[in-house]
Design a protein around this ligand. Structure first.
Ligand SMILES: Cc1cc2nc3c(=O)[nH]c(=O)nc-3n(C[C@H](O)[C@H](O)[C@H](O)COP(=O)(O)O)c2cc1C
Length: 212
């Protein structure tokens, strides 16, 4: 199509899809404000943006029904039906979450657990849900905020997100991790976070465009 690069992306970035999963139950909190900076950067490169406030979605926990192991399909009928499609279509996947009890909020964890259906498809049924061409373009960003001033505070969440990105066939490309928020209070009080976030949004879209 005229004006498109080999990968189907417009020279201004049209067609690069960004899906952001906001894990914080709090709208307008530190996590969302930082995420919005990443998205502003990505939008400046022409990407198509979608942000899902996971807390507001109807997402039941995995019930270990195990239909997915036979069929690759989860029988639970809730908002995951749409979210599965969006996870398959995106080029850039952002997980943005506060640390909770050294892990991630329960609703976001439920979303990730429900992606066992992708795991089953990939590792049991040996059936790819993403074309090989698309797979190499998919980039993942983990953005997280924590209250404590402790260097290991993101370890649990990072492990979970690493597994999740592997399951949904996204390359774990970058981290934006900011702790000590109990002292800082507002993410805007951090000397570089907002600028780093904007620049990361720009960089990720450029990386996808460069894959052609
Ligand atoms: C239920 C709950 C559990 C939390 N657990 C931790 C924790 O284990 N470690 C930590 O450093 N901060 C913890 N926090 C603090 C949050 O990570 C921190 O306040 C963050 O800035 C919240 O971001 P938000 O306002 O965008 O939701 C917890 C907060 C809540 C509400």
């Amino acid at each position: 199509m005229a004006g498109l690069q080999p990968g189907g992306y417009g020279i201004n970035g049209q067609g690069v899809k960004v899906l952001a999963l906001l894990g914080s139950p709090k709208k307008g909190g530190n996590t969302e404000r930082l995420l919005d900076e990443v998205l502003r950067g990505a939008k400046s490169e022409g990407a198509d943006i979608e942000k899902i406030w996971v807390h507001a979605k109807d997402i039941q926990p995995c019930g270990e029904i195990f239909d997915c192991i036979e069929t690759g399909i989860c029988p639970i009928n809730d908002d995951m039906v749409d979210i599965y499609e969006k996870l398959k279509e995106t080029d850039i996947l952002i997980v943005a979450t506060p640390v909770m009890t050294l892990g991630i909020p329960a609703k976001l964890k439920a979303l990730m657990d429900r992606c066992q259906t992708f795991w089953a498809k990939k590792y049991i049924l040996k059936d790819s849900f993403i074309s090989p061409g698309k797979k190499k373009r998919r980039k993942g960003l983990f953005l997280s905020i924590a209250g404590l001033n402790w260097s290991k505070v993101f370890m649990g969440a990072t492990q979970t997100v690493t597994a999740f990105f592997d399951i949904v066939d996204v390359e774990f490309t970058a981290n934006l991790l900011y702790n000590n928020m109990d002292q800082l209070k507002k993410i805007e009080n951090h000397p570089t976070a907002m600028r780093d976030a904007y620049e990361k949004g720009v960089e990720l879209v450029r990386m996808v465009k460069a894959t052609g």
